[in-house]
Each structure stands twice: as C-alpha cells, then as structure tokens.
Design a protein around this ligand. Structure first.
Ligand SMILES: Nc1nc2c([nH]c(=O)n2[C@H]2C[C@H](O)[C@@H](COP(=O)(O)OP(=O)(O)OP(=O)(O)O)O2)c(=O)[nH]1
Length: 146
C-alpha cells in the first residue's frame, strides 16, 4: 500500500475562457518564474476557506482584469500531481470553462496571453498538469456546443 502523504495538497483553480469562435485563452508564464515561458490556463492558488469558483473568478480579475460571476464558471476537468519548483507536495488543479465575462484580458508584467483553437492549444508547451487539463477540455469542446 502507498504510504500516507502528510503534506497538505496545494489546490489551484484555473479557467478555460472560450470566445465566440471557440478559441481558448492561454497565458504564458513570465520567464524566470516556475515553468517560465510555458503556457497555462489562467488561475491560481485557493486562499484559506475559499471556494474553487470564487478563487477562479478572483484570479481572473487579479491576473487579467476580467470580471466573471462564479456562477458562470462550469466545472470541466481536474488534474492531480505534485508541485514542481518550490517544495514537493500534492497539487490538484480544477479547471472551469467560462464563456461569459466582462473586459479585455490585460496580462500582468512579464506575462502574455493568446487565443488558440483546439489544434493550436494541443501543440503548446505547457506545465505538466496543464496537458491532461487541455486533453479533458478538448474532449468536452468536441462533444458540446460551447
Ligand atoms: N498550472 C500549473 N501550475 C503548476 C504545475 N505544477 C506546479 O508545481 N505548478 C505550480 C506553479 C505555481 O506555484 C502554482 C500555481 O499557482 P499560481 O498560478 O498562483 O502561481 P504563481 O506563479 O502566480 O504563484 P507562485 O506559486 O509563483 O507564488 O502551481 C502545473 O503542472 N501546472
């Protein structure tokens, strides 16, 4: 049996913003950061006692200046692994889909954003857990009318 992991998991919420053309917004992490230069779904760590969709809406506001209602965030996929960079602990990323927001994405200094269709998205260089998230998202997009 696997040993018990005594480190608290790091919980992260992330969002796939889908535009009217079916493209997904991806964010390139600043060079020098953990996973610098790689493309990820925008999002970030949950604060203590924060609900995942509230954290996702907060991160969209903080990282990109976008306003979303937590109720417009639809659970889509999750991925589980371990943190890289600082420390080693379980990492769980919950991905939401969002098709309704207010504002134009304005990345923070050092970061950049781009809109990608399914084929382009699958070809981006991403941090490890964003690959299974992208795979899950693409299956949902193929099967639905998002
Ligand atoms: N998106 C993503 N993040 C990952 C992976 N592996 C891994 O350790 N992380 C880490 C990087 C970040 O520390 C954290 C995500 O939280 P965040 O989006 O708030 O990160 P951040 O750079 O703003 O903050 P920080 O941790 O550098 O302080 O998860 C992964 O595969 N995908």
């Amino acid at each position: 049996m696997q040993h018990l992991d005594r480190a608290e998991p790091l919980w992260v919420s992330a969002v796939a913003l889908i535009d009217a053309a079916g493209r997904v917004l991806m964010q390139r992490r600043p060079l020098g950061a953990v996973h610098g230069g790689l493309w990820e779904f925008p999002g970030g760590k949950l604060e203590p006692c924060e609900a995942p969709e509230v954290a996702a809406a907060r991160e969209l506001q903080e990282e990109l200046g976008l306003v979303t209602a937590p109720t417009d965030l639809v659970p889509a996929a999750f991925a589980s692994g371990r943190t890289d960079g600082r420390g080693d602990r379980p990492l769980i990323i919950m991905l939401f889909v969002c098709t309704r927001w207010a504002g134009t994405p304005e990345p923070q200094a050092g970061a950049s954003v781009g809109w990608y269709g399914p084929t382009q998205l699958a070809a981006l260089a991403m941090p490890p857990l964003d690959y299974p998230l992208a795979e899950g998202l693409l299956k949902i997009l193929q099967a639905s009318a998002f």
